[in-house]
Design a protein around this ligand. Structure first.
Ligand SMILES: Nc1nc2c(c(=O)[nH]1)N(C=O)[C@@H](CNc1ccc(C(=O)N[C@@H](CCC(=O)O)C(=O)O)cc1)CN2
Ligand SMILES: Nc1ncnc2c1ncn2[C@@H]1O[C@H](COP(=O)(O)OP(=O)(O)OP(=O)(O)O)[C@@H](O)[C@H]1O
Length: 194
């Protein structure tokens, strides 16, 4: 996750939680429209997340997706310590993972591998103008997207966060996978090409 230490990660999570409900709802609307512009093709598989701990909610985006786009949630696949992606629609059964986050209740064989995804929206704890990200510290997205170190998109890796989560500069660690884009309630940042 770069140079941010534990206390700044906690501080950034605190900032995220402090967003008032109305601003949070408005942000969910704005981010939905920006995400729809980023992934516009037919028959897409896209991944969101079940927002918790003040994360920017993606339910508006999910509701606005084209009918042939498959919305998925991340699932912890302990065998490889990577994420798989499971299709989920409102009403489908859920279970909870070891962090207490809801996951679709499906067998791993019905889940999608990262290579089958077109776009993965990742919750940010912090980000900088170069599209470097700080996550929750588990390394789940970094391990899952490690092949992107040497391969182009897809999947497009899109960080989602509020403007207040921006920090001056995040130093990349060798395993860090930068975002291709970061979407906030006011902006879409595209990663500089160098
Ligand atoms: N909504 C959401 N889903 C997600 C993530 C996420 O950050 N947000 N993940 C992103 O990687 C993955 C899960 N990784 C996670 C890693 C750490 C913690 C976490 O809350 N750690 C707590 C300690 C929780 C505990 O052990 O009981 C903490 O640091 O306070 C959560 C998720 C996949 N799904
Ligand atoms: N490709 C990888 N191979 C092996 N271990 C990795 C890899 N990527 C990350 N890790 C491990 O994960 C740990 C946490 O990484 P980091 O602090 O960057 O997480 P994060 O990016 O904030 O979390 P997340 O990716 O879940 O949002 C690292 O210390 C590292 O040990």
């Amino acid at each position: 996750m770069g140079s941010a230490n534990l206390s700044s990660r906690l501080e950034l999570r605190e900032r995220r939680r402090a967003i008032p409900p109305q601003a949070r709802m408005a942000a969910a609307e704005a981010v939905a429209d920006s995400l729809l512009l980023l992934a516009a093709g037919p028959d897409l598989h896209v991944a969101g997340y079940w927002a918790m701990d003040g994360e920017l909610p993606l339910h508006v985006w999910q509701l606005k997706l084209r009918p042939n786009t498959v919305y998925c949630l991340p699932v912890l696949y302990e065998k490889s310590m990577q994420l798989k992606f499971a299709p989920w629609r409102s009403g489908d059964p859920l279970t909870t993972n070891r962090f207490g986050i809801p996951e679709p209740d499906l067998s791993p064989s019905s889940m999608f591998d990262v290579h089958q995804m077109s776009l993965i929206a990742m919750p940010l704890t912090g980000f900088d103008a170069r599209c470097h990200r700080i996550g929750m510290g588990g390394g789940w997205y970094d391990r899952t997207l490690a092949f992107r170190q040497h391969n182009p998109a897809p999947p497009l890796a899109v960080g989602i966060g509020f403007d207040v989560q921006e920090v001056p500069a995040i130093e990349l660690q060798p395993w860090d996978i930068p975002c291709d884009a970061i979407v906030t309630e006011t902006r879409t940042l595209l990663r500089p090409s160098t």
